[in-house]
Design a protein around this ligand. Structure first.
Ligand SMILES: Cc1cc2nc3c(=O)[nH]c(=O)nc-3n(C[C@H](O)[C@H](O)[C@H](O)COP(=O)(O)O)c2cc1C
Length: 146
């Protein structure tokens, strides 16, 4: 089975996970770039708003052809509780009948507001969601002793 790890990263954490996953699975690796990069402030304003409203953004052309792969992993950061808008654009490119494995990086390591809807978006493309993983990228604050 040929596998592809597609990912978007803003700060590098999702890239780290994607690189490790691709090496572990012997998969091809492809970073996805929005045509208009986000500034730090823009990620919180335009980015989080778009994420919460499941907006897609125009992408730069991909370096891989999705139809060539049996399994497509998609990794993306969580913004405002939802996958960053690039994720919605990637879902729009999915050919039907693919096995899709999702992983989401977030500070808290959870995405309860969006996970069911995110799976449904992928399934609406005629694909199967084989796995959904939340990855915590920031350590929990340590409890201070008085
Ligand atoms: C605009 C913005 C919104 C974020 N919203 C959330 C959030 O709702 N929940 C959360 O746990 N982390 C949130 N984070 C933290 C990121 O999801 C987390 O740092 C992630 O690992 C970043 O991945 P990256 O380095 O690949 O961009 C947010 C970060 C940014 C920049």
């Amino acid at each position: 089975m040929s596998e592809l790890v597609l990912y978007y990263t803003f700060g590098g954490a999702t890239q780290k996970e994607a690189v490790a996953l691709a090496a572990q699975r012997g998969a091809a690796l492809c970073e996805v770039f929005p045509q208009k990069p986000y500034s730090f402030l823009g990620s919180f304003l335009r980015g989080s708003y778009g994420a919460r409203h499941r907006k897609a953004v125009p992408l730069q052309p991909l370096n891989e052809t999705l139809a060539d792969f049996d399994v497509i992993h998609i990794g993306c950061p969580i913004w405002g509780g939802y996958p960053a808008p690039v994720f919605n654009s990637v879902v729009g490119l999915l050919p039907p009948h693919k096995k899709v494995e999702l992983f989401f990086c977030s500070a808290r390591g959870e995405s309860p507001k969006s996970s069911a809807g995110t799976r449904a978006l992928v399934e609406a493309r005629g694909c199967t969601v084989a796995s959904y993983r939340d990855i915590r990228t920031e350590a929990a604050p340590s409890k201070q002793k008085k």
